[in-house]
Design a protein around this ligand. Structure first.
Ligand SMILES: NC(=O)C1=CN([C@@H]2O[C@H](COP(=O)(O)OP(=O)(O)OC[C@H]3O[C@@H](n4cnc5c(N)ncnc54)[C@H](OP(=O)(O)O)[C@@H]3O)[C@@H](O)[C@H]2O)C=CC1
Ligand SMILES: O=C[C@H](O)[C@@H](O)[C@@H](O)[C@H](O)C(=O)O
Length: 312
């Protein structure tokens, strides 16, 4: 069964390889989506974040599913304005989700934002740029993550949107190596070098926006469509199976019950059917001129990704 596909982390725990994304899942839709995913479609992994602003409804959906907490994997993320007060962010998340621990807690972006700025999530300076707290060290954010794991409030800890350069800011002083780095990964942004680096450090690369996010051109890509037709799969399933075949857990988002159900079964089917030649073809698309990121918030700092130069 698709829900049984799992990937081992460096702390010994196993993350269900297919989870449900919840970013941009709207009020009035997300409770039903989460309940459907868990109860009807067999998902056991939900990807959440404080900044998505919908954790209360996600929690309602988890509760409505009736599935016991210990059978679920719930991921949360500390938002940028909370780097100096990680536990406060976690406590808000736990309360909204209606649980007393997370399975995985991630630093959402390697960019501390001013906690006392002009907005609780997206503070800006008079020039309109995001108000970055340049004095704060990422290694001190990571120390707080380690303390929360020691306290048992989060079982596994990791990062998101960390390039090799940003990891170098926390690894030398880390007591715990991040279990996961959640990144934008799909055939147009495969980040082969970073994924290989993470593997060498025992960090699992996890894929966000695995379908290319809302309005994705990947679903119409001629190579993706041809491979899908060859195997009797939908293009979305090929994209998910491509990542699973590399040991990369995926969190496709949908609020459409039929897609939620189809994605988990289709991903597992694609994982079985895709051949090495299909993977090799998809692996080359970015280098053949299709390299593209879909998620590029206007950070006024260099994140250190080779393909993405932020305005500094
Ligand atoms: N750490 C980070 O910084 C980030 C994390 N994430 C996480 O990753 C998750 C997934 O990424 P996201 O950007 O949402 O994008 P996805 O790549 O998951 O794409 C979601 C879009 O695809 C549509 N869709 C879903 N299934 C299918 C299907 N079978 N066929 C056609 N269309 C489909 C959805 O529509 P509909 O809902 O209408 O069905 C939605 O518009 C997020 O929800 C979030 O949890 C995402 C971005 C950044
Ligand atoms: O997880 C989803 C994304 O990271 C999202 O939270 C950010 O892109 C945010 O909208 C931003 O503008 O910084």
């Amino acid at each position: 069964m698709a829900a049984d596909l799992k990937i081992k982390l460096n702390d010994g725990r196993e993350i269900p390889a297919i989870g449900l994304g919840t970013w941009q899942s709207q009020p009035g839709e997300v409770e039903n989506a989460v309940a459907h995913a868990i109860k009807e479609a067999g998902y056991r992994h939900i990807d959440c974040a404080w900044v998505y602003g919908n954790e209360k409804e996600v929690g309602d959906g988890i509760k409505a599913s009736g599935v016991p907490r210990d059978q679920l994997w719930i991921t949360g993320k500390v938002w940028c304005t909370y780097h100096t007060r990680v536990e406060e962010s976690l406590n808000e998340t736990l309360e909204k989700l209606g649980t007393d621990y997370l399975d995985l807690f991630l630093i959402h972006w390697p960019v501390p934002l001013n906690p006392k700025g002009n907005h609780p999530a997206f503070p800006t300076l008079p020039d309109g740029k995001r108000d970055v707290d340049h004095s704060w060290k990422l290694s001190d954010t990571w120390k707080q993550m380690e303390a929360l794991q020691k306290a048992g409030k989060v079982k596994s800890i990791g990062v998101s949107n960390f390039s090799e350069a940003k990891l170098a800011e926390i690894l030398p002083s880390a007591e715990v190596i991040p279990a996961v780095n959640q990144l934008e990964l799909h055939p147009y942004n495969p980040q082969h070098e970073l994924v290989a680096f993470l593997k060498s450090k025992g960090i699992v690369a996890q894929a966000y926006s695995p379908l290319g996010s809302a309005g994705s051109p990947l679903l119409q890509d001629e190579t993706v469509v041809r491979i899908a037709e060859k195997h009797g799969l939908q293009p979305a399933f090929v994209l998910l199976g491509y990542l699973l075949s590399k040991g990369i857990p995926v969190v496709p988002k949908s609020v459409t019950p039929a897609r939620i159900s189809a994605n988990i079964e289709g991903a597992a089917a694609a994982f079985k059917k895709l051949e090495q030649a299909d993977i090799a073809e998809l692996d080359k698309l970015a280098a053949e001129g299709k390299q593209r990121r879909f998620i590029t918030p206007p950070w006024p700092v260099d994140l250190g990704f080779k393909d993405w130069k932020n305005p500094v």
